[in-house]
Design a protein around this ligand. Structure first.
Ligand SMILES: NC(=O)c1ccc[n+]([C@@H]2O[C@H](COP(=O)([O-])OP(=O)(O)OC[C@H]3O[C@@H](n4cnc5c(N)ncnc54)[C@H](OP(=O)(O)O)[C@@H]3O)[C@@H](O)[C@H]2O)c1
Length: 240
């Protein structure tokens, strides 16, 4: 299958690219960082994976949709996201707060729309977070944007129930890469950032992290269609 993974060159997205490539899927990876995309593409190709890499900023409402419409995909993995600003909601920079929604919610929604308009069948997997189910005080733009994506998924699934297109939310669990690794290893920053870092360290110490191989392994099963009968739902690491 042709699988487009936004943010597919780095961290969790890169782990997803590795396992999906190993399964023989054709990959299209996107992101803002051209160098990271080129490096990831070269490393994947060296393992025999078919991969195309394209710069596409999710903050640009047209970039990813245009790619999807011109390249065609069977599966869209909406993985790219911003962690957003950290601090009391009324104190953080409001432009940063809102930009998080432009990337995490509008970027995800418009990519999904383009996939739905061009696919005859397939699936859309929106990577979300427990922070969108529960709360993540001091990281509200991230938490609220992920909550909105979970609701978007539920609504799209109903609108698509007469078409063979599944839409699922996937919470990969807290993994020791990307956002959570940066969070837990942060040694400076504001008092609020330190509080979030301490929380991340405590979560890891109490065994609440999910091994990245497990997160990526479950994603492969979702991409294969195993969870299509649960379209609209949130799939979590526990479903593995
Ligand atoms: N790490 C965790 O423990 C964890 C837990 C729950 C959920 N998640 C979810 O998993 C996904 C990946 O998280 P991560 O930890 O790997 O985060 P990360 O290290 O911050 O990576 C984010 C990815 O998104 C891309 N991205 C960010 N802004 C973008 C933009 N404007 N346009 C295009 N691409 C953009 C980045 O690529 P460029 O820099 O090239 O743009 C990068 O590949 C996110 O949806 C996150 O919410 C992660």
């Amino acid at each position: 299958m042709r699988v487009l993974i936004t943010g597919g060159a780095k961290a969790l997205g890169r782990a997803f690219s590795e396992v999906l490539g190993a399964q023989g899927h054709q990959l299209i990876i996107t992101g803002r960082d051209e160098r990271a995309l080129d490096t990831a593409a070269a490393e994947l190709r060296a393992k025999g994976v078919y991969v195309e890499a394209h710069v596409a900023d999710l903050a640009d409402p047209n970039a990813t949709p245009k790619l999807i419409e011109s390249l065609g995909v069977d599966v869209l993995v909406n993985n790219g996201a911003l962690g957003g600003p950290v601090g009391p909601t009324w104190e953080v920079d409001e432009t940063d707060w809102w930009r998080t929604f432009e990337v995490n919610l509008r970027g995800t929604a418009f990519a999904a729309n383009a996939a739905i308009r061009t696919m005859t069948s397939g699936r859309i997997i929106n990577v979300v977070s427990n922070a969108g189910v529960h709360r993540w005080p001091y990281v509200t733009a991230y938490s609220v944007s992920k909550a909105a994506v979970i609701k978007l998924t539920e609504n799209l699934a109903i609108e698509l129930k007469r078409r063979p297109i599944a839409v699922l939310s996937y919470d990969p669990g807290m993994v020791d890469v990307g956002l959570m690794r940066r969070g837990r290893t942060m040694s400076d920053g504001s008092a609020d950032e330190q509080r979030v870092a301490e929380w991340a360290r405590s979560q890891r110490a109490s065994g609440r992290f999910t091994p990245v191989e497990q997160s990526a392994g479950l994603l492969v099963r979702i991409v294969s269609g195993e969870f299509d009968h649960r379209s609209g739902e949130l799939i979590t690491a526990q479903d593995g």
